[in-house]
Design a protein around this ligand. Structure first.
Ligand code: 2AM
Length: 472
């Protein structure tokens, strides 16, 4: 009988195929299965040729090819296909076997699936995988959650296939239940925020100071060489501006339709933040900006009805570019502060016991949001694990205080010129609200008491009060 595989993988779409190749390259013979046979055959005839792969064409054969306790990674479309597959697999498995869902599943689905599998003495894990195609092949950031015993069994494989940075592999045990998928969801929310802030910076460079794509490339390239903004997303943004469409000889980015979709993890981050009562205005602005972008026809029609200001920026070009860098940085710090605050709230609400220093650490490599900034975030939570908000970390507080003038200048200029920068200004609103000792919600409370006898508290004495306001 042929030797058994150490691990198995189901679902050979882009992420599955690349992750399987990564696992095999790291010394783990792997069995693979895909619903459509042709995909498996194609992989075996091409990228997996001559490698330690066991192709299988029925789930029975797949399960039989695995060394017990079986370790099965599934990368199929999130939602009903995962449930369908788990149902088919379950009768073929033995107690102690481990199934890991590496897709972008909703964390509450993962919680439910873990409980269902536990009833049959099976281990089910939900694992966030970030890094796209390249990351899956050469080292992603991995966010595994679920039974700790299952993680321990998987650890030798996961630590090898993950991205490696100076302080270790980009994987850690995230927490029980759906913790892994929860953290991946928030990671994606932060990713939405970063991408929107970068898009706004581009818009400002283009439409306030009139930079060309080649000049925008130079700006992003120089930002990526600086300590504050160095990141994967800034790096690829710089590259994007150099790509010339072979057909039209124009910069390709300017030919791309300005409509972005939003579904799944990004949207779930906002929905969950509302459920937990945590403010994440920058991430919400990113999602809403995508929604507005999708109404292209309405925007085109409205552009000839609604006239903007006739104000042009007349200040110094380079000064404005430098201010945009500071605004981008400050807004980004606020976005991460919101994401981290959401993770902290979820950790106590769902008993995930998350370690924010570890999350910052495993995001430093492999994933889409990898950035120099994460090092500083890691240090901030290391110095004070109970930090209520990243903004009050002494170093970040100092930086934002210093840079705020430039940040305000950018948001004010954008408002005057009529260029939308919803995420940058949402971040500024967050900063100003969070640092306000007194907000005007005393008036809100008075109104609520006026029309609904909701009662209010006072600042000068304890208790709950109601007033008959209608004394006209
Ligand atoms: P396919 O190649 O047969 O379509 C991403 O869509 C991956 O999920 C693909 O590998 C796809 O297999 C797989 N997939 C989608 N729905 C599935 C299901 N119900 N059962 C098994 N695999 C599924």
């Amino acid at each position: 009988m042929a030797a058994l595989a150490k691990v198995g993988l189901i679902g050979l779409a882009v992420m599955g195929e690349n992750l399987a190749l990564n696992i095999e390259r790291n010394g783990f013979p792997i069995a693979v299965y895909n619903r459509t046979e042709a995909k498996t055959k194609e992989l075996m005839a091409t990228r997996a040729k001559g490698k330690n792969f066991i192709p299988t064409f029925t789930l029975e054969a797949f399960v039989a090819a695995l060394e017990p306790p079986r370790k099965i990674i599934i990368l199929v479309k999130a939602g009903a296909p995962v449930d369908a597959l788990l149902k088919q697999l379950q009768p073929l498995l033995s107690p102690g076997d481990i199934v890991i869902d590496g897709g972008n599943s909703l964390f509450t689905d993962t919680e439910r699936r873990e409980k269902e599998y536990a009833q049959a003495d099976l281990n089910f894990m939900g694992m966030g995988v970030s890094g796209g195609e390249e990351g899956a092949l050469w080292g992603p950031s991995l966010m595994p959650g679920g039974p700790i015993v299952a993680y321990q069994a998987m650890e030798p494989i996961l630590t090898k296939i993950a991205a490696q940075v100076t302080d270790g592999p980009c994987v850690t045990y995230i927490g029980p239940g759906g913790a892994g998928h929860y953290v991946k969801m928030v990671h994606n929310g932060i990713e939405y925020g970063d991408m929107q802030l970068i898009a706004e910076a581009y818009d400002l460079l283009k439409n306030v100071v009139g930079l060309t794509p080649a000049e925008i490339h130079d700006v992003f390239k120089s930002w990526n060489q600086g300590e504050e903004l160095q990141s994967f997303l800034i790096e690829i943004t710089a590259d994007i501006f150099t790509y010339i469409d072979p057909e039209t000889h124009q910069p390709l980015v300017e030919l791309i339709l300005d409509k972005a979709g939003q579904k799944g993890t990004g949207k779930w981050t906002s929905q969950n933040a509302l459920d937990l009562g945590i403010a994440i205005p920058t991430i919400n602005a990113a999602i809403e900006s995508r929604i507005i972008s999708s109404f292209k026809d309405q925007r085109v029609a409205a552009s000839s009805v609604l006239t903007g200001p006739s104000h042009f920026y007349t200040g110094d070009k380079q000064k404005f570019i430098d201010s945009v860098a500071s605004a981008l940085y400050c807004a980004k710090v606020c976005s991460y502060a919101q994401g981290m605050a959401l993770l902290a709230a979820a950790s106590s609400e769902y008993k995930y016991n998350l370690t924010l220093t570890e999350l910052s650490r495993i995001w430093k490599g492999g994933c889409i949001i990898r950035a120099n900034l994460l090092d500083k975030i890691q240090q901030a939570f290391k110095h004070n694990p109970l930090l209520p908000n990243l903004l009050v970390d002494p170093e970040f507080a100092q930086e934002l205080t210093t840079k705020q003038e430039q940040w305000r200048e950018v948001v004010a200029t954008a408002a005057k010129v009529g260029v939308p920068c919803t995420a940058m200004s949402a971040s500024l609103g967050y900063f100003d609200s969070y640092r306000s000792e007194r907000l005007p919600l005393n008036l809100t409370q008075a109104q609520r008491d006026f029309f609904g006898a909701h009662t209010y508290e006072r600042i000068d004495k304890p208790g709950s009060f109601h007033t008959e306001w209608n004394i006209r």
